[in-house]
Design a protein around this ligand. Structure first.
Ligand code: RIB
Ligand code: CA
Length: 312
C-alpha cells in the first residue's frame, strides 16, 4: 500500500511530540517534513524540540523547518504553564545534532505543495495555524494540491482551555484560523470535545512507560507532566492527549465519529476571540466546511499509541 504523504505543522509541545512519534512509527504515512511554528513555546524552542523528538526516534534525516515566530496579527501567547518552560516538560531530551533545514517553513510548504499533484498531500497542523495560513495567502494555488487538512483545534460544547470560549491553537492565531476555515479545503477538526475524552491515566501512562525504549520512557514522562499541568477537570484522572488524535484519525478513522458542519472563527470580540462557532444543529445555512469530531474510542486510541511507539 502506498503510504499517505503528510506534513506535520507543530509547536512541540508535550502532546505534539507523541503525535510526531506516532506518525514516524506508522508505515501507512510518509512524513514529507515537519514545519515548526510558535505556539506552546517560542519558535526557537519549538523547532529545536521538533529536532530533539525526531532524533530520539532515530530519524535525524527528517526535514525540520522553522516557520512563523508570531501570529499573523496578534502578539504571541505561549503555554508554558501546560508544557513547561522548555516545551517538553518532564523530559530532558538531548540537544539535537541534526540540522534545521535552511529557508522558511512557509516557503518550503509552498514549494512542496506546488510540486505535488492535485489532492496529493495531507496537512496535519497541531499548533497555531500561522504557517498554513501564510502559505495559503502567499500562494493560493497550493489549495488544489491539498488532499485534506486534519487539525487539532477549537471546541464547541466543551468550551475553551485558554479562555472560556477558545482553545489554545485557534486562540493563539485566530486570523490564521479564519483563513484556513474559509479556504475551501477539505477540513477535519479534532476539537476539545473529542480530545477531552482521550485522557491519560496512571494505567495508560504505565503502559507507555513499559515499552521501555527511550521513546516510550520519554512519552510516558511527557504524558505525566502534561496531565499534571492541564488539570481541566480536577476530578478527572490525567490530562487530554490532544495532538495524537490527528495522526490516529489518519491511521484508524473508525476510532472517531463526528458530523459535517459549518464552522466559523470569531475574530471580532475580545471576549470570545478565537472561538470556533460550530453549527452542530444546522440552524444556519452556512456552508458545511468542516467535519467536526466529537467521539473517540479512547481505549483503542491509547492501544494504538502503545503499539506504534514500541516500534521506534
Ligand atoms: O489546546 C491544545 C493544543 O494547544 C495542543 O495542540 C497543544 O499542543 C497546544 O498546542
Ligand atoms: Ca500542539
Amino acid at each position: 500500500m502506498t503510504p499517505r504523504p503528510i506534513i506535520i505543522d507543530t509547536d512541540p509541545g508535550t502532546d505534539d511530540a507523541i503525535a510526531i512519534w506516532l506518525a514516524l512509527a506508522s508505515p501507512e504515512l510518509e512524513v514529507l517534513g515537519i514545519s515548526a511554528v510558535a505556539g506552546n513555546v517560542p519558535l526557537p524552542l519549538t523547532e529545536r524540540n521538533a529536532r530533539k523528538v525526531c532524533e530520539l526516534a532515530k530519524r535525524p534525516d527528517m526535514a525540520v523547518f522553522a516557520g512563523c515566530s508570531r501570529p499573523m496579527l496578534r502578539p504571541l501567547v505561549t503555554a508554558e504553564a501546560f508544557h513547561g518552560g522548555s516545551g517538553l516538560g518532564g523530559t530532558d531530551l538531548p540537544e539535537p545534532t541534526m540540522p534545521l533545514q535552511p529557508g522558511h517553513a512557509v516557503d518550503w510548504l509552498v514549494d512542496t505543495l506546488m510540486a505535488a499533484g492535485d489532492g496529493e498531500i495531507t496537512l496535519c497542523p497541531i499548533g497555531p495555524l500561522t504557517n498554513i495560513a501564510m502559505a495559503i495567502v502567499k500562494e493560493p494555488r497550493i489549495l488544489s494540491r491539498i488532499r485534506e487538512i486534519v487539525l487539532m483545534g477549537g471546541g464547541f460544547f466543551a468550551g475553551g482551555n485558554i479562555t472560556p470560549a477558545a482553545e489554545f491553537n485557534i486562540y493563539c492565531d485566530p486570523h490564521a484560523a479564519h483563513v484556513v476555515f474559509n479556504s475551501g479545503v477539505r477540513l477535519t477538526m479534532m476539537p476539545l470535545d473529542v480530545t477531552h475524552q482521550a485522557r491519560t491515566s496512571r494505567e495508560r501512562i504505565a503502559a507507555v512507560r513499559a515499552i521501555g525504549t527511550p521513546v516510550g520512557v520519554a512519552a510516558a514522562a511527557l504524558m505525566a507532566s502534561h496531565g499534571k499541568r492541564e488539570a481541566q477537570d480536577r476530578d478527572k484522572d490525567g490530562g487530554p492527549l490532544h495532538d495524537p488524535c490527528v495522526i490516529a484519525y489518519l491511521l484508524q478513522p473508525e476510532l472517531f465519529g463526528g458530523r459535517h458542519c459549518n464552522v466559523r472563527v470569531n475574530t471580532a470580540s475580545e471576549a470570545t476571540m478565537g472561538m470556533t462557532v460550530v453549527d452542530w444543529w444546522g440552524v444556519t445555512d452556512g456552508s458545511k466546511n468542516c467535519t467536526v469530531m466529537n467521539r473517540i474510542d479512547a481505549d483503542r486510541y491509547f492501544a494504538l499509541i502503545v503499539d506504534r511507539l514500541a516500534r521506534l
